[in-house]
Design a protein around this ligand. Structure first.
Ligand code: SAH
Length: 353
């Protein structure tokens, strides 16, 4: 199932030229600038005549309506839960760091990949997001960052959904984010559970964005269970696609590894991961698991996280421990929607990110 109606960032420039046929050509540029460069609402476009602003507001509806906004205690993480036009819900997270501000966007409402530990996977798949629904998340986050005098610098596709299961719309969104919003390809990261056809397409793609693969386990028997797509694209097939990607693009590949107590954090797991990552010269991001209601296993305790990271270092693998952000606001994948059920709570905070 697809998005119900065309929202404002689904329109191409050509579509807009048709919509505003009869108007001077530069009007389309002004509308485009208002949408993409300034990220403002039609009624704020002071360089556009009022009647045209009204037409734009009517013809170009926003895709995202706020259901809930949560701000972490330190103000550095903002998480939004959005209602889409058809009532589906997705999440977006904005994270401010000293040196950058990153938005984590969703590419689907729900997800069909069914990874055991993931709240989105536990809830199942609703539908693909349109290009406009993806782009608007970035525009909203950029505006929010600007209100706190921050420049949105990075976009990661690590929210709800599997971007490579929605490749065309995702890639078009990547282009808008790059071409029109002006975020450099090196500052855009696509994260996949290991959908091999998507990795192959990215290898040939025309923008050098970053690739992250959510590995979590490096033996087939265990990965088949935790990450079911592994049965379709087992580790050897995945490694082959990753290798071709690295060879063709000379870019650094990263593996995501959510550390789960007793499940993938033992010495054997470190060795398996090292053996898998080494020939690909991959970087490993270790993320302590965020607990989810549907998965009765804890995250690895901090001390063991350190041990695991050090062990990878001894084995010649570069690993970074990612700080968990926004645990107090359910900011892990799919958690806000899961904890909100179907009630609508609006928490508008004055706090800047
Ligand atoms: N489907 C894509 C992108 C969305 S998930 C992918 O799998 O990469 C983004 C990242 O969050 C993935 O690495 C995913 O495994 C991880 N993740 C999901 N649930 C998590 C949880 N409860 N704790 C920690 N990481 C989680």
């Amino acid at each position: 199932m697809n998005a119900p109606e065309r929202s404002r960032f689904d329109w191409t420039r050509e579509d807009l030229a048709e919509l505003f046929e009869g108007e001077p050509r530069y009007r389309v540029d002004q509308v485009w600038q208002g949408l993409y460069e300034h990220g403002t609402e039609p009624d704020e476009w002071s360089n556009v005549p009022k009647a045209l602003r009204a037409r734009a507001a009517e013809a170009l509806p926003a895709a995202l309506t706020l259901a809930t906004e949560s701000v972490s205690d330190d103000g550095a993480t903002v998480k939004w839960l959005w209602n889409l036009a058809d009532g589906r819900r997705v999440e977006t997270v904005l994270m401010a760091y000293p040196d950058r501000a990153t938005v984590c966007v969703s590419s689907q409402a729900g997800c069909a990949m069914a990874c055991g530990f993931c709240a989105t996977g536990q809830a199942g798949f609703d539908r693909h997001l349109s290009t406009g629904e993806i782009v608007e998340q970035v525009v909203v986050a950029r505006r929010r960052a600007a209100q706190a005098d921050r420049r949105l610098s990075n976009v990661v596709f690590m929210g709800m959904g599997e971007p490579f299961a929605n490749y065309d719309r995702t890639w078009e969104a990547v282009h808008r984010i790059h071409d029109d919003i002006g975020i450099g390809a090196r500052h855009i990261t696509l994260s996949t559970v290991g959908v091999v056809p998507g990795i192959k397409r990215l290898t040939e793609a025309d923008l050098p964005v970053n690739l992250a693969v959510s590995l979590h386990l490096a033996n087939d028997a265990e990965r088949d269970e935790l990450v079911p797509i592994n049965r379709r694209y087992p580790l050897a097939v995945l490694a082959e696609a990753c290798d071709a990607y690295v060879e063709a693009t000379h870019r650094r590949l990263s593996f995501e590894w959510a550390l789960i107590d007793g499940v993938n954090d033992t010495d054997r797991h470190a060795r398996e991961l090292a053996d898998y990552a080494r020939p690909l010269r991959a970087h490993v991001n270790l993320i302590p698991l965020n607990p989810t209601p549907g998965y009765a296993v804890r995250g690895t305790p901090p001390r063991q996280v350190r041990v695991f990271a050090d062990r990878l270092g001894e084995l010649g693998i570069n690993a970074t421990i990612r700080r968990t952000r926004g645990t107090d606001i359910d900011a892990a994948c799919g958690q806000l929607r899961a904890s909100q059920g179907h009630t609508t709570k609006v928490t508008l905070s004055e706090r800047a990110p």
